[in-house]
Design a protein around this ligand. Structure first.
Ligand SMILES: [Zn+2]
Length: 218
């Protein structure tokens, strides 16, 4: 099931209004900006809580996943309903579709996904790469990339999303997946940058962790 328009549909649309809208709606950045994924301290503390809680609640080999959402910074995470009976998590497109509606109302987007590797290494498995492409296909983040070559600047719209793995040692592996119109899907490793935020001061991470544990123990 597809949620967002594919980049092909978007670029082939014979609709000038849509094309005009694109220029208004999408921010314009240099490609290098996409190579640092910014996450609010609040969202990062939630990630750490989920990784720890899942590790304590589950068999160590079982992964758990969440979706990142935000604007140009990850503001929060959402844990979709998931079957944790398998060692390797399979991202479910229908869950993304359901969450998409809720997220749309908040003017935030699903920027990608993350998952825990318990106390193992953080590099992507074959299943993780499959999930990465699934999330990429089922989300719809676009940005206009500026390219400077000598004295000329060219612009191209690209589709992108992020995928990531974390473990209890606070290692991370973050991948940007992106595609130019009619280009192939590409991946680049990116850095994570934690942005200080104050909105978590009243948030109870302990009870959040306990809730998560119950959820994973089902
Ligand atoms: Zn994995």
């Amino acid at each position: 099931m597809k949620i967002g328009s594919s980049i092909e549909e978007l670029c082939n649309a014979h609709n000038n209004i849509l094309k005009t809208e694109l220029n208004f709606r999408y921010r314009e950045i240099d490609f290098e900006n996409l190579l640092t994924l910014k996450i609010s301290e609040f969202a990062y503390k939630k990630v750490k809580t989920v990784v720890k809680s899942a590790f304590e609640a589950l068999n160590h080999a079982v992964e758990s996943y969440w979706l990142f959402f935000g604007d140009n910074i990850i503001q929060d995470i959402i844990i979709p309903y998931q079957h944790v009976s398998h060692a390797f998590v399979e991202v479910d497109g229908i869950n993304i579709l359901n969450l998409k509606k809720i997220i749309k109302e908040s003017n935030l987007e699903i920027l990608g996904w993350g998952h825990s590797h318990a106390d193992f290494g953080v590099f992507f498995s074959t299943t993780d790469w499959r999930n990465q492409e699934r999330v990429f296909n089922e989300t719809s983040n676009y940005v206009i990339i500026r390219r400077k070559k000598e004295n000329t600047v060219s612009k191209v719209i690209i589709k992108y999303s992020y995928g990531s793995t974390f473990n209890i040692h606070e290692d991370n592996f973050v991948q940007l997946t992106w595609q130019e119109p009619r280009g192939s899907i590409q991946h680049s490793r990116v850095n994570l940058e934690i942005i200080p935020s104050k909105n978590y001061l009243n948030f109870n991470f302990n009870s959040y962790g306990q809730e998560i544990q119950k959820y994973f123990s089902k």
